[in-house]
Design a protein around this ligand. Structure first.
Ligand SMILES: [Zn+2]
Length: 298
């Protein structure tokens, strides 16, 4: 049987990280960790990761306290403990540390990293995005400030607390016998087809969201829906909830507002990598996992 590239826990999930949430409210301990030469820093700017090129590859953990004036800045977010070393995320906000480096996208970097590192960087990216987009209070409009080592933003006027957002989205491989449905959105790279997906709306169960999205996007009715696994997707702030569902009715009709095409594909035509008529999603995605898992059952 062919190996599946990205089994659960999927890439971008934190693994082996002790979030040490109680330490977020321990300023003395945090101050020590910010000066500890063993602490690690994930630096970002504009949601891209700052890496230093080494002979063995790009290093996203090159910034130690010594390169930051002896202390990790107080605004850095405490992510947790990895192998007993504190890890912080730092948004450079246009500044550059005293070492030569460059900014790279997480999705370009992740194939070169281990699971623990990729998960940590995804977590850092998600929090950096949240901070960048929640500088003002949603209730009264006053500026917010960072508390609890970067895990809460508190309004400076009305005192209301805001917490990091994660938006649930369902993603589903629809099958019928030896066939599955894949669709193509205009934003996809040329030739790529993928599973169907959409955000869960307020008041909706996950199963209802799966049925609605599939009906809206391709006009098909579903029978059994089976949950498979989930994947944090910090691009910028989703949690993908992966399903397999069987089609029991309807005729494939593409909703052109969301997709530019959708088709039934036979398992045999997708299995043969050389003759596959379309490009499948990147191996870092749960979309690809859902497709690969079904293909290996053939
Ligand atoms: Zn407020």
């Amino acid at each position: 049987m062919r190996p599946i590239a990205n089994p659960p826990p999927h890439v971008y999930t934190t693994v082996g990280l002790d979030r040490a949430a109680a330490r977020r409210r321990d300023p003395a301990w945090l101050a020590e960790r910010r000066r500890d030469p063993l602490s690690r820093v994930v630096a970002l700017d504009d949601l891209r990761l700052f890496v230093v090129d080494r002979p063995e590859g790009p290093d996203p953990f090159a910034l130690e306290p010594a390169l930051l004036g002896g202390e990790i800045p107080e605004r850095a977010i405490f992510l947790g403990l990895l192998e007993d070393r504190a890890v912080f995320a730092l948004d450079l906000e246009g500044e550059r540390p005293g070492i030569e480096g460059r900014l790279v996208e997480l999705r370009a970097l992740s194939p070169l990293l281990g699971a623990a590192e990729a998960g940590l960087l995804a977590y850092a990216r998600a929090l950096a995005h949240w901070h960048r987009t929640h500088r003002f209070c949603g209730r009264c409009g006053a500026p917010t400030e960072t508390v609890e080592a970067g895990h809460v933003r508190r309004c400076t006027a009305c005192g209301s607390d805001g917490f990091p957002r994660t938006d649930p989205a369902v993603i589903v491989l629809v099958t019928q016998g030896e066939r599955c449905v894949l669709g193509r959105a205009p934003r996809f790279p040329p030739g790529m087809y993928s599973t169907l997906a959409g955000f869960v709306e307020p008041g909706e169960s996950l199963e209802a969201a799966v049925r609605r999205e599939v009906r809206e996007e391709v006009g098909l009715e579903l029978g059994e829906i089976r949950y498979r696994s989930s994947q944090p997707w910090p691009f910028p702030q989703s949690l993908m909830l992966g399903f397999r569902a069987s089609c029991v009715g309807g005729a494939l009709a593409v909703e052109l507002e969301e997709l530019e095409d959708a088709r039934w594909f036979h398992r045999a035509e997708l299995l043969d990598e050389e003759r596959r008529p379309v490009r499948l999603p990147n191996p870092d995605s749960i979309a690809r996992f859902l497709i690969d898992e079904w293909l290996t059952e053939g």
